[in-house]
Design a binder for this molecule. Sequence first.
Ligand code: SF4
Ligand code: SF4
Length: 142
Amino acid sequence: MSKISKQLEKLYDGLYAEAEAILKMYSPCEVKVRNGHVKCLGCRVKDEVALQNELCCGGCNFHSVTGCTAEKPLACKLWLCHTAKTKYPEVEARLSVLREIARSNRLYVYRGDKAMTMRNAMSYFRWSGFMPTLLTLKRLFV
Ligand code: SF4
Ligand code: SF4
């Protein structure tokens, strides 16, 4: 594994852990089981029947009846729907900082798991000749 790949992976894991900690602290999706169906803040204001048990994962290849099967889907951890964003602006503000770091390092891939996202990023950096910005979480949050 190249040095850049190791650094990118470290950044990926750091961003994922930080996003998870933020989501755990605020629970902006307000996920609950109601009448045997998993519901969230976004689902409740949309079509409850159509979206039952899917939250915002409908149509994703990683979605299963038991939930997400992707390993560390970073972009999904960094994204909030309009309803959740509006109710929890402080969460959106914190996630948006992480999202920009992910974007600038090619680590923000729609419905991508870790392997897919890392592959895309490495392929971009290999062929473009650009270098990742590799801003560390430590630099941002100390
Ligand atoms: S982002 Fe919105 S739609 Fe998706 S799980 Fe959270 S509240 Fe539900
Ligand atoms: S990858 Fe994202 S959209 Fe797909 S099932 Fe997992 S959390 Fe949902």
